[in-house]
Design a protein around this ligand. Structure first.
Ligand SMILES: Nc1ncnc2c1ncn2[C@@H]1O[C@H](COP(=O)(O)OP(=O)(O)O)[C@@H](O)[C@H]1O
Ligand SMILES: [Mg+2]
Length: 335
């Protein structure tokens, strides 16, 4: 059995149907209308020990809801989760010892006490022996560059400092399983890299299993080997990152049909960059493979039109690419 098994998992929220403003809120008091929101809709996956999985999808897709169910914070509406044989919600206490979770959007640190004291409280919560605690803390301080702000209260930390402190707090007990929900959101490049290097290290050296949600393609490429994509509560892709990256390439193919039988001479007349590949199919049909980051389909069509009439043309797009594009248009950033 895999380390994490998710079977036919769903989460339905009852969202109040409210009109806008105060009037809407008051009306709602009387009507109490709710709408069912299927945030996670019958999903299945298994994750093995040591895997690093990117769990991605647009805002509102159901990522955080899944992570909250996996970590035992939320109870599923239906379906089952087994994390190393435990039910995360029913066996919350036991499960907490084997997992660490960081939610980028909100801190889990005590706001008004210095970071170092928060960490010391966590040592007590998890019964970490003092010498082991010191050893781990030194390592965390070094890896995450935390020495400058250990004495500050969480409230006073910058976003980047807070995220690093949160990571340290969540991983002090060296959990086998680490859930990271947007751990690099809003971070500058240097801190982002520090966080990535740290996550990489615990995955490689400690063989921690990582489930990471992010909108940052750099996080995915650097840290993960497997991608699970969720959209509107449903899993739309689950496979090796390679298979997506391969298809995520910018290669496109245009297929043409032209009037005269001039295909054999066309390649010498039209002016296309060397990155384009011309392929003769028949005397009236040909195709051009190109890199869409170097030239657009319309530029190619224009240069064909300059030398001959086009009867028909069709653009081939790799399927998964169009899926990713449709899902992530403007969502994933490169850095
Ligand atoms: N506590 C809640 N009550 C009602 N609806 C919720 C709650 N939490 C999340 N949702 C809804 O569930 C859907 C999925 O949310 P979420 O899992 O946070 O998405 P993501 O993390 O992928 O952006 C959204 O439509 C969101 O509005
Ligand atoms: Mg979220």
């Amino acid at each position: 059995m895999a380390l994490i098994e998710v079977r036919e998992l769903s989460k339905v929220f009852n969202q109040p149907i409210k009109g806008p403003g105060l009037i809407g809120a008051i009306k709602h008091l009387f009507t109490q209308d709710y709408r069912e929101k299927r945030a996670v809709d019958n999903i299945n996956f298994s994750i093995n020990e040591g895997e690093a999985v990117a769990y991605v999808g647009p805002n509102g897709a159901g990522k955080s809801t899944t992570i909250k169910m996996l970590s035992g914070i939320l109870t599923p509406t239906s379906g089952g989760i087994s994390v190393n044989g435990l039910d995360p919600h029913k066996d919350r206490i036991q499960n907490a010892r084997q997992i660490g979770a960081v939610f980028g959007q909100r801190t889990q640190l005590w706001q008004d006490i210095p970071v170092t004291e928060s960490l010391s409280l966590i040592k007590d919560i998890y019964d970490i022996p003092v010498d082991i605690f010191k050893q781990r803390l030194d390592k965390l301080i070094e890896l995450l560059g935390m020495s400058d702000f250990l004495q500050l209260t969480a409230r006073k930390l910058s976003l980047g400092q807070r995220m690093r402190a949160d990571l340290a707090a969540a991983l002090l007990h060296e959990p086998r399983i680490v859930y990271l929900d947007e751990p690099t959101i809003g971070l500058d490049i240097a801190v982002k890299q520090q966080v990535r290097n740290f996550v990489k290290q615990i995955n490689k050296e400690k063989e921690a299993t990582i489930i990471l949600t992010t909108h940052d393609l750099g996080d995915i490429e650097e840290l993960c080997t497997r991608l699970i994509m969720i959209d509107k509560g449903k899993i739309i892709f689950d496979g090796p990152l390679d298979s997506v990256v391969e298809k995520y390439s910018t290669e496109r193919v245009l297929h043409f049909q032209v009037k005269e039988s001039i295909v054999s001479t066309l390649s010498s007349i039209i002016h296309l960059p060397p990155s384009c590949r011309f392929e003769e199919k028949s005397s009236t049909h040909f195709s051009i493979s190109f890199d869409k980051s170097k030239i657009s389909a319309s530029e190619i069509v224009t240069s064909i039109l300059a030398v001959t009439d086009i009867i028909d043309f069709k653009l081939d797009e790799p399927k998964i690419e169009s899926v990713i594009k449709r899902v992530y248009e403007g969502e994933i950033i490169f850095s």
